[in-house]
Design a protein around this ligand. Structure first.
Ligand SMILES: C[S@@+](CC[C@H](N)C(=O)[O-])C[C@H]1O[C@@H](n2cnc3c(N)ncnc32)[C@H](O)[C@@H]1O
Length: 270
């Protein structure tokens, strides 16, 4: 089994994605999706950005490596009556069957960053975007003090070291790496812009319960807990994550968690 696929089919990412809908919609509004635009949403999950893009009238194809998330996204599209959105199983490192220059816009929000072989990913995104089109990525930033980078930092201290040659997905949050990857795909540096932006997690539960959702449903956190349990350190991991979520929570009410997190918004003119 492909470990990249296994990681995201583990658990049920839809339970986390449910807390990301508002920022996903706002990001799509910022991008300026218009009626009839041909959009590829790469690593689309269950459609946090693909559904808003389709609601604006774009012709949207979602591609995701996780079969369960593809099914969930297509279910959501059907329930919303969106006939202009289809989600298929596929791998960002090799979009083989998708023709060159097919899309006006390729969007990948915390999606393609998780695929291995980042140079192949950049190459494929550029290949399927038409000249004059755009690529917009959202990538978490390594070492950032906000939620997602900190979950990763804490979790990695409990997990075994990654295999030799592993390229951290978080390197997609480093401007120099992003520029280098798109340059290798033929895009000059002047056509790549990177800026820190904010994406909020909004969960209708208190912070400790939100940590429980990550522990139960989010593949990377599930793996961290499995490794920690094997070493008798699960309580320590839980304590660190609960402390993090409590400290970052900005909700004024006890029954809700609202955590803004910083990401790198990458825009590429093809
Ligand atoms: C953090 S989730 C984000 C999902 C969605 N973009 C969102 O904002 O809710 C990461 C997504 O990337 C997908 N993914 C990871 N590796 C992939 C790959 N190699 N090709 C396509 N999708 C991939 C996962 O299955 C998962 O749906």
């Amino acid at each position: 089994m492909n470990p990249n696929k296994a990681l995201w089919e583990k658990g049920d990412f839809t339970r986390i994605a449910e807390t990301m809908r508002q920022s996903g919609k706002e990001l799509v509004d910022w991008i300026g999706v218009t009626e009839g635009l041909k959009v590829l949403d790469l690593g689309c999950g269950d459609g946090t950005t693909a559904l808003p893009a389709a609601r604006l009238g774009a012709e949207v194809l979602g591609v995701d490596i996780a079969r369960n998330l593809v099914e969930a996204g297509n279910r959501r599209a059907k329930e919303a009556g969106l006939t202009n959105l289809t989600i298929k199983e596929g791998d960002a490192t090799d979009l083989g069957e998708l023709a060159d220059d097919r899309f006006d816009l390729v969007v990948s929000i915390f999606g393609a960053m998780f695929a291995p072989r980042p140079f192949d990913v950049a190459q494929e995104m550029v290949r399927v975007t038409r000249p004059g089109g755009r690529i917009v990525m959202g990538n978490w930033i390594p070492g950032d003090p906000t939620l997602v980078a900190q979950i990763l930092r804490i979790s990695s201290a409990y997990a075994p070291p990654p295999p030799e040659g592993f390229v951290s997905p978080m390197t997609w949050g480093i401007t120099d790496d992003v520029v280098e990857r798109f340059a290798a795909a033929g895009i000059p540096e002047a056509k790549v812009s990177c800026a820190p932006e904010t994406f909020a997690f909004d969960a209708p539960v208190p912070p400790k319960e939100f940590v429980r959702l990550f522990r139960t449903y989010y593949g990377p956190t599930m793996n961290a807990f499995e490794a920690a349990e094997a070493n008798g350190r699960a309580d320590a991991l839980l304590g660190e994550l609960e402390g993090l979520f409590e400290a970052q929570n900005q909700s004024p009410t006890e029954r809700q968690t609202y955590i803004p997190a910083t990401y790198l918004r990458v825009t590429v003119e093809v």
